[in-house]
Design a protein around this ligand. Structure first.
Ligand SMILES: N[C@@H](CCC(=O)N[C@@H](CSC=O)C(=O)NCC(=O)O)C(=O)O
Length: 283
């Protein structure tokens, strides 16, 4: 479980680091970012927020574009952001499109060949990465929340809904809310999980998972830019909100007029999300 430090830059009084390591879950070298805020110097145990990025991203997009470090430094929270898929495996078909394979792991555990041995991003994020972070950084164990964007927004919802109590709170920017019903999701689930008739797709769809959630009280904070090109055909937040309403699952949808799908939008509201998670992490 040795970590190799790839980079370290001082920012807003803290340190933005990138590490690489050999992952057991996904069977290749993975990179992840860790922002360590200035409060770590006081030998304090700090809460952690995990960030999951969207299609086409590596760990770099969030680090370079979200501006999250400014707010994490104010609140004294560690932020960890993994890559979005295994890399460097050269599985035939893993690099032909932006919505499948490299950069598009969908934070699920694949069951189909040739993906099932490596495309295990759900277990990587919810088990292996947490163990690594708890062992190597000054974290207050159990004080963790999760958030993400687009494919990663949905990934954050699924990680929280499938692991009741593991995260203190969850939020999502422009999540692909109902992958069973959009072309990004149908393509990914067909490839990783097999045809819909296998009956396993609903285990990985947040709109389905809220219907059978059982565990500690959890609220979904959903954020959505109203000029987002993916909104109508891919994101479908109205399906998730309707499912939540039907089963009385607490959910908030923040509609942001004029904002698109980009990291300009994410950067505009990341401070609000960090503040939201901190309220839950310090209860
Ligand atoms: N123009 C890109 C579209 C891909 C894109 O918008 N990716 C988003 C996430 S989409 C959902 O998961 C993203 O975060 N991109 C990285 C960035 O730095 O903006 C294409 O068609 O390839």
């Amino acid at each position: 479980m040795a970590l190799t430090e790839v980079s370290c830059n001082k920012i807003f009084g803290g340190l933005q680091k990138v590490f690489s390591h050999k992952s057991k879950e996904v069977g290749c070298t993975m990179k992840f970012g860790v922002f360590v805020p200035p409060q770590a110097e006081e030998n304090k145990k700090l809460p952690v927020i995990y960030w999951l990025s969207g299609l086409t991203c590596s760990e770099a997009n969030f680090i370079e574009k979200s501006g999250a470090q400014r707010y994490a430094a104010i609140h004294g929270v560690i932020i960890v952001n993994p890559d979005t898929s295994p890399r460097g495996l050269n599985i035939p078909g893993d690099s032909e499109s932006m919505d499948f394979g490299v950069g598009a792991g969908f934070y699920i555990n694949a069951t189909q060949s040739p993906w099932k041995d490596n495309y295990r991003m759900f277990s990587y994020v919810t088990k292996e990465l947490i163990e690594i972070v708890n062992l190597n950084f000054p974290v207050a164990e159990g004080k963790q929340s999760i958030m993400g964007h687009s494919m990663g927004g949905h990934g954050a919802l699924v990680c929280a809904l499938k692991n009741p109590g593991l995260y203190k709170s969850v939020s999502a920017f422009a999540p692909i809310s109902n992958p069973l019903k959009c072309s990004f999701g149908i393509k990914a689930f067909t490839g990783y999980l097999g045809p819909k008739e296998t009956g396993t797709w609903s285990e990985w769809d947040a709109t389905e998972l809220v219907k059978k959630y059982s565990g500690p009280a959890l609220e979904l904070l959903i954020d959505q830019g109203m000029e987002d090109n993916f909104l109508k055909n891919q994101l479908l937040p109205e399906n998730l909100m309707e499912a939540c309403k039907n089963v009385s699952f607490p959910a908030i949808l923040k509609k942001r007029e004029g904002y698109d799908h980009s990291y300009y939008y994410v950067a505009s509201f990341i401070g609000e999300h960090i503040e939201y998670h901190m309220k839950n992490l310090t209860k």
